[in-house]
Design a protein around this ligand. Structure first.
Ligand code: F6R
Length: 601
């Protein structure tokens, strides 16, 4: 979603700093961008549709500035064009905004009657008008911001400049991320750390409803009663190489290659050698009667896999629901229920709203979350971190693998007493070299036949049973996201109840088989579609394959315990999406219409 950066510096380098920040925020997904900076006491705004390079071209001949705010926009109100791009200015107030102002339509009407002529279709310009109108009669800017916070409904992170206060940026947030960067040659406000990590590692989080004011030398923070409060400065350990491509053509490919390491890092966070260590680092699910997994997109697919393993092995009832449905479906929750929200960013609006609802009901909540300091991490009762590091590509790969790894450990911890010592020993051994299984799969898998079979096709089907169905959903999503080819996942046995009518000569059907108990059933389902002309692209655990299986193309998976299978089985599907997208010339890291962190409901 939209990215924000503001810089108040001691040297005239704001344009360079802001452009560098915008490039670091590109991964959030955007369709236009803009910068506002002080130029001899006045605020100048420059905006461009499309890539940041377009903005760069427009700004390169402008004189440098000490202070400015900048924005990458992911359209919500109004089409992606230059007028709707941020920053917006009304009278002496200029701002950039991430979030949605839900009462914008009513406010707009009221403000038009007070003489405001709106240029854009955005809710953000309405927020700007709100500040400008308040500023007409109240000259204390902190009071203006506090009053605006009472009027504006919805979610926001703002960086704001007033034309009569050169070199100063104000910020405030509600349900959208905004953090402070404290540098030696100036201070920052941004949607996330990556925007300013090249300039400073010192940062502080801003709480909901706090107001901040930054200059090149000072940072002031106020609570909602406008009392001055201290900020807790922290040092980020972020590895800058994670926000650089490091020789790969795309972040997505780089991040797939990091999967072995991040899965290992994540596992080592919970256990070094023995599965027994999990009893101290994981949550004991056995004290609950029901576990709800709640998440969106790929994180939801990790939840579906977790449900399958926990019900199968620990015999604890599980539900898995997409967050936007969960809230409105009247879930039945009580003191014996644990709700586990899974999220890479920890800022996904629907997932956050779900955890807030759960917390309000007094039900136990847990977050499986990648971003430290994120809203989800702060609001969950229990936190199980994933250690995937920064994920730049909009389509998730390594963070998903890390989520699956945590789900597998959670499942293992809840059923250890039901597994034999031989089973536990085998799993421990495999866990210790899980990175090698992943790395080998990445280096050995040849997808040329799969790519050629899907290229130029309109429809692809993914089928599987049990956890293979959960992984098929993720495989189909990956393909759709970055190649724009319509892909749909079905439980293998369900296809014949309607969807099989879509199978025609050469329709690619991806079949995933990793469970020995379900192999014969899945092969029967595969034959049903083969008989109707489908082209069978089989991904199968190597020990389950035999010559009589009639597939058009085959890829082999290593045999690992079912608990760990999900972590490795997804790799070919991720690579397939990448290779196809590369061949089709798609924008792999920033697919159209998508945003990395979906901070609106
Ligand atoms: C798919 C993808 C999305 C996210 C979803 C949830 O590749 O990235 O489906 O998984 O938007 O995002 P988080 O995990 O940040 O809550």
């Amino acid at each position: 979603m939209c990215g924000i950066i503001g810089y108040a510096g001691s040297r005239p380098c704001a344009h360079g700093v802001l452009l560098s920040g915008l490039k670091a925020l590109e991964y959030r997904g955007y369709d236009s961008s803009g910068i506002a900076s002080f130029q001899c006491g006045q605020i100048e705004i420059i905006k461009a549709k499309g890539k940041i390079s377009e903005l760069e071209k427009k700004i390169k001949d402008k004189p440098e500035s000490f202070c400015g705010i900048a924005h990458t926009r992911w359209a919500t109100h109004g089409e992606p064009n230059e007028i709707n791009a941020h920053p917006h200015r009304v009278e002496g107030v200029t701002l950039v905004h991430n979030g949605i102002i839900e009462n914008a339509a009513a406010l707009k009407k009221a403000y038009e009657q007070r003489g405001i002529v709106f240029k854009s279709e955005t809710d953000s310009e309405v927020a700007c008008a709100c500040l400008a109108i308040l500023y007409r009669s109240e000259k204390n800017k902190l009071k203006v911001l506090r009053e605006a916070a009472k009027i504006l409904k919805g979610s926001y992170a703002f960086a704001i400049m007033f034309e009569d206060e050169e070199g100063v940026i104000y910020g405030m947030r509600k349900d959208s991320p905004l953090i402070l960067g404290i540098g030696e040659e100036g201070n920052f406000l941004a949607s996330d750390l990556s925007a300013f990590i090249r300039f400073t590692r010192n940062y502080a989080t801003i709480d909901e409803d706090q107001i901040v004011r930054i200059t090149n030398q000072e940072i002031e923070c106020y609570d909602s009663d406008l009392n001055r409060v201290d900020v807790q400065v922290q040092k980020s350990e972020m590895d800058i190489s994670t926000i650089e491509k490091g020789g790969y053509d795309s972040f997505l490919l780089k991040e797939i290659h990091e999967e072995g390491r991040v899965v290992m890092d994540t596992i080592h966070h919970y256990m070094k050698n023995s599965l027994q260590e999990l009893s101290k680092t994981m949550i004991d699910l056995k004290k609950y009667h029901c576990i709800y997994f709640v998440a969106c997109g790929s994180a939801y697919h990790a939840g579906v896999l977790a449900k399958n393993l926990i019900e199968k092995y620990a015999r604890i009832r599980c539900e898995c629901e997409v967050a936007s449905e969960f809230r409105y479906n009247s879930p039945i929750l009580d003191e014996k229920t644990l709700v586990i929200c899974i999220s890479q960013s920890g800022e996904t609006a629907d997932t956050l709203a779900a955890i807030r609802m759960v917390n309000k009901m007094g039900v136990d909540s847990c977050a499986i979350v990648n971003v430290k300091g994120s809203s989800l991490e702060k609001e969950a009762k229990y936190v199980l971190p994933t250690l995937a590091g920064v994920e730049i590509s909009v389509a998730t790969t390594k963070a998903y693998c890390a989520q699956v790894a945590v789900c597998c450990l959670l499942a293992l911890n809840s059923c250890m007493d039901r597994l034999s010592s031989l089973q536990l020993h085998t799993i421990e051994k495999q866990l210790q070299k899980i990175d090698m299984y992943i790395d080998k799969l990445i280096s050995d898998t040849n997808l040329d036949g799969f790519v050629a079979s899907i290229m130029n096709k309109k429809n692809v089907f993914f089928i599987g049973r049990g956890i293979d169905y959960a992984l098929s959903m993720e495989g189909a999503l990956k393909l759709k996201e970055i190649t724009y080819i319509q892909a749909v996942a079905y439980p293998a046995g369900e296809l014949k109840h309607g969807t099989i009518s879509l199978i025609e000569e050469d329709t690619p059907v991806m079949v995933l088989i990793s469970d020995e108990k379900l192999v014969d059933k899945s092969i029967s389902n595969m034959k049903e579609v083969k008989a109707r002309g489908a082209r069978i692209l089989l991904v199968i655990r190597e020990d389950l394959y035999h010559e009589s299986i009639e597939a058009d193309e085959v890829i082999f998976l290593p045999k690992v315990s079912e608990f760990l299978q999900g972590i490795v089985s997804i790799v070919p599907y991720q690579l397939l999406a990448h290779h196809l997208a590369a061949k089709m010339g798609c924008d792999i890291d920033q697919p159209k219409n998508l945003a990395k962190s979906v901070t609106v409901e």
